[in-house]
Design a protein. Structure first.
Ligand code: NAD
Ligand SMILES: CC(C)[C@@H](O)CC[C@@H](C)[C@H]1CC[C@H]2[C@@H]3[C@H](O)C=C4C[C@@H](O)CC[C@]4(C)[C@H]3CC[C@]12C
Length: 368
C-alpha cells in the first residue's frame, strides 16, 4: 500500500477496473497514489479479488455497471476527482457485433465524458490504443515511429475505428467547462500490444502449444517488428499521467502518448517465445512454414466458417484476415514524449517484466 504521509483526499474512478489492464491500474493506484481516499472500480463483470482490497486504508468501492448506460456512469463519476477510463470491448476476433463494439467503445466513452461535464470531474485519462494509428488497411509499416510521425491512419475494422473515434471524442472534450465552471482536462494513452500477468492471448498460445506437442509453428517472418509493452508499465503510466495532469494541464491537456518501455523489438511470435520458451515450448521454423497466400486462404476460410456457424456457435480462432494483416505489418514505436511531458520512466525493466510474465504463464499451465 502507498505511504499515507500525504493527505488522503482524492477519489479515483477506474472503469474496466476488473480487466487485464484495469486490474493492474487498480493495484498500482493502491501502491503508488498516496493521496487516494476512495478508489471506485467500475466494471460490467466484477472480480472476486476486489473483496481482498477492502481491508486496506483506502476505501475500495466496487460498482457493477455498464458504460453504455449513461445514468450508471454518471452515478459512478459523481464526486470523483479523476477518471481513468479503460473499459472497452477489445475484439478483433469477431466475437461481438459492430454495433456492440461501437456502443461500448464509442458511446460508453461519450457517456464518461458527459458524466465528467455534468458532475464536475475535471481530469479524464483515456486508454486508447496503438491501433488508432495503425497498422492501416494498406499494410504500411510504422517503424519505430512517434506521436508526430506522419502516417495514413485508415481503418476498416470496427475495433480500431471505434477506438479512433473514442479517442477523438476525448481529445476534443479537453477544455469543455464542467459543472462548476472549470475546464475538463483530458489525455489519451496509446499502448502497443500489452503483455504480462493476465494476458489471455499469451495464455491461448501457451495452451495451443501444449496441444501441439510443446510446439508452435512460425507463421510470421521474424523481420516483422510488433510493438509490445509490459502491463505494469502501462498501469504506471496511467497513474503518473493522472497525477501530473492537474499540475501540467496546459502542456498535457488534449495530448496523446504512446505507452512504451524497454521491451525488445521482435515479431509477435518471437516476442511471445520470450515467455513460452522458458515454459517448455519451441517455435518451429526460422521462416514461415506455410506460404503467405495459404495463410490468407486459411484466414478467409476461418472468417467464412465464423459467418456460417454463427447461428449455431461462436467460432473465433486467432487467425482471421485482420489478425493476419496486423501480425504481418511492422508497427513499433520509439518515443520519449511521456518522459518529456510528465517525467515517465518505465517502472519495470525488461528482465523484470519478462520474469513476471514467465512466472504467470507457468501458473496458468497448471491451472488449465
Ligand atoms: N490488451 C492490449 O494489448 C491493449 C492494447 C492497447 C489498448 N488496450 C485498451 O486497454 C483497455 C483495456 O483492455 P484489456 O486488454 O484490459 O481488455 P479486457 O477485456 O481485459 O478489459 C476490459 C474491461 O472492460 C470491461 N467492460 C467491457 N464492456 C464494458 C461495459 N459495457 N461496461 C463496463 N465495463 C465493461 C470488461 O468487463 C473488462 O473488465 C481497452 O480500452 C483496450 O482497447 C488494450
Ligand atoms: C495466427 C497468427 C497469424 C498469429 O501470429 C496472430 C497474432 C494475432 C492474434 C495478434 C498479432 C497482433 C496482435 C494485436 C496487437 O498486439 C495490438 C492490439 C491492439 C490492442 O488495442 C488490442 C489487442 C491487439 C488488437 C492485438 C490482438 C492480437 C494480435 C492481432
Amino acid at each position: 500500500m502507498a505511504d499515507t504521509a500525504q493527505a488522503q483526499e482524492l477519489v479515483y474512478l477506474v472503469t474496466g477496473g476488473c480487466g487485464f489492464l484495469g486490474e493492474h491500474v487498480v493495484q498500482m493506484l493502491l501502491q503508488r497514489e498516496p493521496r487516494l481516499r476512495e478508489l471506485r472500480v467500475f466494471d460490467l463483470h466484477l472480480s472476486p479479488w476486489l473483496e481482498e482490497l477492502k481491508t486496506g486504508p483506502v476505501q475500495v468501492t466496487a460498482i457493477q455497471g455498464d458504460v453504455t448506460q449513461a445514468h450508471e456512469v454518471e452515478a459512478a463519476v459523481a464526486g470523483a476527482h479523476v477518471v481513468i477510463h479503460t473499459a472497452g470491448l477489445v475484439d478483433v476476433f469477431g466475437r461481438s457485433s459492430t454495433k456492440t463494439i461501437y456502443d461500448v467503445n464509442v458511446q460508453g466513452t461519450q457517456n464518461v465524458i458527459d458524466a465528467c461535464v455534468q458532475t464536475g470531474t475535471r481530469f479524464l485519462v483515456y486508454t486508447s490504443s496503438m491501433e488508432v494509428v495503425g497498422p492501416n488497411t494498406r499494410g504500411h509499416p510504422f517503424y519505430r515511429g512517434n506521436e508526430d510521425t506522419p502516417y495514413e491512419a485508415v481503418h476498416s475494422h470496427p475495433y480500431p475505428r471505434s477506438k479512433a473515434l473514442a479517442e477523438r471524442l476525448v481529445l476534443e472534450a479537453n477544455g469543455r467547462k464542467v459543472h462548476g465552471g472549470l475546464p475538463l482536462v483530458t489525455c489519451a494513452l496509446r499502448p502497443t500490444g500489452i503483455y504480462g500477468e493476465g494476458h489471455q492471448i499469451i495464455r491461448d498460445f501457451y495452451h495451443q502449444g501444449l496441444r501441439l506437442g510443446c510446439r508452435l509453428f512460425r507463421t510470421i517472418p521474424a523481420s516483422v517488428e510488433h510493438g509490445r509493452v509490459y502491463v505494469g508499465n502501462v498501469a504506471w503510466m496511467h497513474v503518473l499521467v493522472a497525477r501530473e495532469l492537474e499540475k501540467r494541464e496546459e502542456l498535457m491537456g488534449g495530448q496523446t502518448y504512446f505507452c512504451y518501455d524497454n521491451s525488445p523489438y521482435k515479431s509477435y511470435e518471437d516476442f511471445n517465445m520470450e515467455f513460452l520458451g522458458p515454459c517448455g515450448l519451441r517455435l518451429v521454423g526460422t521462416r514461415p512454414l506455410v506460404p503467405y497466400w495459404l495463410l490468407v486462404f486459411l484466414a478467409a476460410l476461418n472468417a467464412l466458417l465464423q459467418w456460417l456457424l454463427r447461428p449455431l456457435l461462436l467460432y473465433a480462432p486467432l487467425l482471421n484476415p485482420y489478425t493476419l494483416a496486423m501480425a504481418n505489418t511492422t508497427f513499433t514505436v520509439s518515443t520519449d514524449k511521456a518522459q518529456r511531458h510528465f517525467g515517465y520512466e518505465p517502472l519495470f525493466s525488461w528482465e523484470d517484466s519478462r520474469s513476471r510474465t514467465i512466472r504467470w504463464v507457468q501458473t496458468t499451465g497448471s491451472a488449465q
